[in-house]
Design a protein around this ligand. Structure first.
Ligand code: PMP
Length: 386
């Protein structure tokens, strides 16, 4: 790779995945593709530990959000959106586009929603589903599933989890019982381009048994490409045509998931947790603080507030010129913070380099920066957690 792509997705793509992508395109119904498609689905089902069905279709994370909603909540029904930022909020227009009644709970950016607020809303009754964004990519806040799943599920409401910025880096176990056999995650939606480490282009959705039942109970949905019941025969036998599979992206996904499985889920989750803590600790040595407090901060990306006087555009363009790409911030944080991704197939070496480049850049911009200390802190915290 020519660059260190440290935005919160897409993430750096390793050579093995590029090689998979570059293989000859088979017919979308070719038995050799069918085998790889099934293998990819099997690995996704293991990733999410679901007793239901997984779907892979060409599209981005937003398509997977809309697929999740369209197939579980009917027009006129009520949805509760629990939002920890910009991407949590995205469920509002998605659901409204389908005539769904939406209620929203959104704490201040960087904070966790109060469980009591969730309880209060759901106690009003009438909700069909709740959406929770596992990691909100705008704030770097990770939702507390240990508390949210039981709070939602005790009301018998569907629990829909947006894993776009978390899947394959943080546990999303759909068979896990959060204190009661009925308290499980019903649906996880995600994309290919973040912690799975594959280029953008695939919408991935896992429907658990209750989410599948919800779709079956709806007579029809106002969608064709997004209707999971139309896709189901193809997911059970990918050789059956419904719409043309993104053949080369399936090769890439299969390779990406093989890399995930070879690392091992526990090891991968641990690595991400350590990396997140270490990146934030290293950057703190430059006076750069994360928006989210450590207890709510995500293993996959961090939203980092600039120290007084650091110009966002200048800082990021200088880093980009050195081969390190990070992202600006969204909405009210634009110009005041940057976002750095630390997920997928990234390495310790990359982040040692990142610490060095940040120090170098701050020095060039006339700020004091102890690069050696930042690198040392990063390495110590990273290795401590492994
Ligand atoms: N949800 C989350 C948590 C995201 O981070 C993103 C993308 N950054 C999306 C949904 C939307 O995905 P996409 O841009 O692939 O449509």
């Amino acid at each position: 790779n020519q660059e260190m792509l440290l935005i919160p997705g897409p993430t750096p793509v390793v050579d093995e995945i590029y090689e998979a992508l570059a293989q000859e395109t088979y017919a979308h119904t070719d038995p050799r593709l069918v085998k790889r498609f099934k293998n990819s689905l099997d690995m996704l089902k293991r990733l999410f530990n679901t007793k239901g069905e997984a779907f892979i279709v060409a599209g981005s994370g937003t398509l997977s959000m809309e697929m999740a909603i369209v197939n579980t909540v009917a027009p006129g029904e009520k949805l509760l959106v629990i939002s920890h930022g910009f991407f949590g909020d995205r469920f509002i227009p998605v659901a409204q586009a389908h005539g769904i009644q939406v209620e929203v709970l959104q704490p201040e950016w960087g904070q966790h929603i109060e469980i009591s607020a969730v309880e209060e809303k759901l106690a009003q009754g009438g909700y069909k589903a709740v959406t929770v964004t596992h990691v909100d990519t705008s704030t770097g806040v990770i939702s507390n599933l240990e508390k949210l799943v039981p709070a939602v599920k005790k009301h018998g409401v569907l629990f829909i989890l947006d894993g776009v910025c978390a899947s394959a880096a943080v546990e999303e176990d759909m068979s896990k019982e959060y204190g009661h056999p009925d308290y499980t995650i019903d649906l996880v939606l995600t994309g290919s381009q973040k912690a799975i480490g594959v280029p953008p282009g695939l919408a991935i959705v896992a429907f658990g048994p209750k989410a599948l039942k919800a779709r079956e109970a709806m007579d029809k949905v106002a969608a064709y490409y997004m209707d999971i019941l139309r896709w189901l025969p193809t997911m059970q036998d990918p050789g059956k045509y419904y719409a043309t599979h993104p053949v080369n992206m399936i090769y890439a996904l299969e390779k990406g998931m093989e890399i995930v499985m070879a690392e091992g889920l526990e090891a991968r989750y641990k690595r991400h947790a350590s990396l997140g803590r270490a990146v934030r600790a290293g950057l703190a040595e430059y006076g750069m603080k994360a928006l989210a407090a450590e207890e709510v901060a995500a293993p996959t990306l961090s939203c980092i507030l600039y120290p007084e006087g650091v110009n966002d555009a200048e800082f990021r363009s200088k880093l980009a010129a050195k081969g390190m790409v990070i992202a600006g911030s969204l909405a009210a944080l634009a110009g005041k913070a940057f976002r750095i991704g630390h997920m997928g197939n990234v390495t310790e070496e990359m982040f040692v380099k990142a610490m060095e480049l940040v120090g170098e850049t701050l020095t060039e911009m006339g700020f004091k920066a102890d690069t050696a200390k930042a690198v040392e802190t990063f390495k110590t915290v990273y290795r401590l957690g492994l």
